[in-house]
Design a protein around this ligand. Structure first.
Ligand SMILES: C[C@H]1O[C@@H](n2cnc3c(N)ncnc32)[C@H](O)[C@@H]1O
Ligand SMILES: [Zn+2]
Length: 432
């Protein structure tokens, strides 16, 4: 007997070889998809009737700082350097481990409720984020943020903690947790330090998550310091490869794009954060044209200010149409690919597609809503009309974390209340 059968659904497989099923069934057993078809003879412990809904792969958020839910709306309308140095870093200096646990749990709750099934994170007190991921049932690739700032001792201590984190958590929670190294950015870490991080990541066989050319200020600082931009510095260090997840990549030249493509680097595009901090517009249309693996991320809640990937998909689609003057740029299906297949590829999870043998990270989107009526084209609705709050069911690793808008994995009221209190106390400490 199967574990879960989802029936009567529009099945958006995101599998280029299979296409969609207008009225299909998805069967899940032992955390994996075992059958997709028009009908099934199987019976299951849990049968979900998804009439009037779309079944699709869970969304993948490839760049966030989960615990920053605590700083949601804390410092708006600033540019990156001032925002980080004058507001965010002083606030983070007051963070305690338990704050990160509560903020991360709130993030997990928000993600479950808006259809995100896995995410990549870079922050501090990462044991706490890992515990929150473990408790929530989500899948994640986690890294301890390494911000050397040309302080050798701090760099060494950070790297040691990053390594301890990798060795403690790699493969935990039944394989739902993976780890990465998280050097913050080429303009906050020295080239010697970046080279060391690469060596450690290679030795441990894990990936690297890094911010790259987010702002024009970074580009100028790099040119002044090294006489070359971040991408060329990383290339000359032998740092770049398919194990690298590069967030933002806003200020790329055509030459930089060619280097990133040649090295198979995964890019996390964060349009809302880039727009809010006025960082600029990443050349996503060009990168996709060249066949690069471009994925989507929200960034943290202090620069977004939520974790809704449906909003991110719509924003990405619209931003690159208006910035290229080309309404055919980033059509709905391609944007869905960025948020599912491409994200899964970047994190190296066997997810992102509904296909027999893939891990069962699946969401069900309720289409019986005024703002989703009528429906001529499902991908169009998912990108241009739907919201995260239209997700009614979230399944990760074959476990139902939410069904019919009810979250089983977490106590919603307690998680929300605990985070609200922790955030208020944190800000009180900052202002004391
Ligand atoms: C891991 C570190 O990254 C910081 N952080 C959060 N958002 C951004 C961003 N858009 N760019 C650079 N750093 C950021 C966090 O505030 C933390 O200090
Ligand atoms: Zn970031």
């Amino acid at each position: 007997m199967a574990d879960i059968i989802i029936k009567n659904a529009y099945v958006l497989t995101m599998d280029p070889d299979a296409g969609d099923l207008k009225n299909g069934t998805v069967v899940i057993e032992d955390g994996k998809i075992t059958e997709i078809g028009d009908k099934t003879k199987e019976s299951a412990d849990t049968v979900i009737d998804a009439k009037g809904s779309v079944v699709m792969p869970g969304l993948v958020n490839t760049h966030t700082h989960a615990a920053m839910t605590l700083l949601r709306g804390y410092a708006d309308d600033l540019q990156l350097a001032e925002w980080l140095e004058k507001q965010i870093w002083p606030a983070e200096a007051q963070l305690k481990a338990e704050d990160v646990y509560k903020g991360s749990l709130l993030a997990c709750l928000e993600m479950i409720k808006s259809g995100t099934t896995s995410f990549a994170d870079m922050y501090f007190f990462m044991d706490e984020t890992a515990k929150a991921v473990e408790a929530s049932g989500l899948r994640a690739s986690l890294s301890h943020g390494l911000i050397e700032l040309w302080n050798k001792e701090k760099g060494e201590a950070d790297l040691k903690e990053g390594k301890r984190f990798v060795q403690t958590w790699q493969g935990a929670a039944g394989g739902r947790i993976k780890t990465m190294y998280g050097p913050h950015a080429p303009n906050t870490c020295s080239e010697e330090f970046l080279a060391k991080v690469k060596e450690e990541a290679r030795r441990d066989g894990v990936g690297i998550h890094i911010h790259v050319l987010e702002t024009e200020a970074e580009l100028n600082a790099m040119k002044k310091r090294y006489g070359k931009c971040s991408v060329h510095l990383l290339e000359d260090l032998g740092f770049l490869g398919p194990d690298v997840l590069a967030a933002h990549c806003v200020w790329l030249s055509d030459g930089d794009i060619d280097i990133l493509r040649k090295r198979g680097v995964n890019v996390s595009h964060n349009p809302i954060s880039n727009m809010k901090l006025a960082s600029g517009i990443a050349p996503v249309y060009k990168m996709l044209e060249k066949g690069m693996n471009v994925t989507l991320g929200t960034d943290g809640c202090a620069s977004n200010n939520n974790l809704d990937l449906f909003e991110e998909m719509k924003t990405a689609a619209l931003l690159h149409k208006v910035s290229t003057g080309n309404p055919t740029a980033l059509p709905a299906r391609q944007v869905l690919e960025m948020a599912t297949v491409n994200g899964a590829k970047a994190l190296g999870t066997e997810t992102g597609m509904l296909k027999v043998g893939k891990k069962a990270d699946i969401i069900i989107v309720d289409m019986k809503k005024p703002h989703l009526t009528p429906c001529f084209d499902v991908p169009s609705h998912l990108v241009y009309s739907a919201k995260g709050s239209d997700v009614r069911t979230t399944i990760v690793d074959g476990k139902v974390l939410m069904d019919n808008y009810r979250v089983f994995a977490l106590d919603e009221e307690k998680v929300t209340e605990d985070a609200r209190k922790a955030a208020e106390e944190l800000v009180a400490r900052v202002n004391a």
